[in-house]
Design a protein around this ligand. Sequence first.
Ligand code: PGA
Length: 252
Amino acid sequence: MKKWICGNWKMNGDQIEVLNWSKEAQRSAKEYENVEVGIAPPFIYLQSIIKYFEEKNVKIGAQNAHWENKGAFTGEISPISLKNIGCDFVILGHSERRNIFSESDGMISKRLISSLNAHLNAILCVGERLEERERNKTFDVIRYQIENSMEGIETDNLEKLTLAYEPVWAIGTGKVAKPEQAQEVHEFIRRIIRDKYGEFSKNIRILYGGSVKPENWHSLDQMPDIDGALVGGASLVPEIFRKIIEISNKGE
Ligand code: PGA
């Protein structure tokens, strides 16, 4: 199973920056063949980036998708439209969507089902807040989010799914989970998937996200249940993003 390193650019970058970052990511994806590289630029740039590359090694995805394919949903983006312009994947249930925009697990599960049905791959994010960790609720929160966000997914669609564990207290804060701390949750997530879907749990990739940088990635990448990273801030600096990819490519 190849490692999967995905840059989440959030609401960053102008037209020129975003194209430059994309070219660099494409270069890294071409060079480091043991790693699957992805980028999730803001919606507005997706189509021009996809069109720019004649040969595309990097996977290009969106940062959300609506649960309906069309209709009166002002400001939303249809999963069918994303597929139609050539998107490979979509990030769903990111903690910024959950916490700033009040997306519930119910909404996220509907978005996930529609995206998978539209033949998009999906990265489903879960993660506990600081107060939940401090109250020893991490495992309860993770189980609840996974069971409810994955509600109703058809087994045939599972192969398009990647999970991402992103402790909210580690996102954009510079505080990274210790490798053992992250491994413990990743292992727990794989067990939930095994209990529900059996052997498939061995094939699903579970990414870690939250202040990933080359300095901390090496030891996280070594953990047996960490299959890649969802990278925010560090993916906005091509040389740094490239180093993270290089570390996973070596895998040692
Ligand atoms: P960060 O963001 O790497 O800037 O902490 C990760 C994410 O939000 O996916």
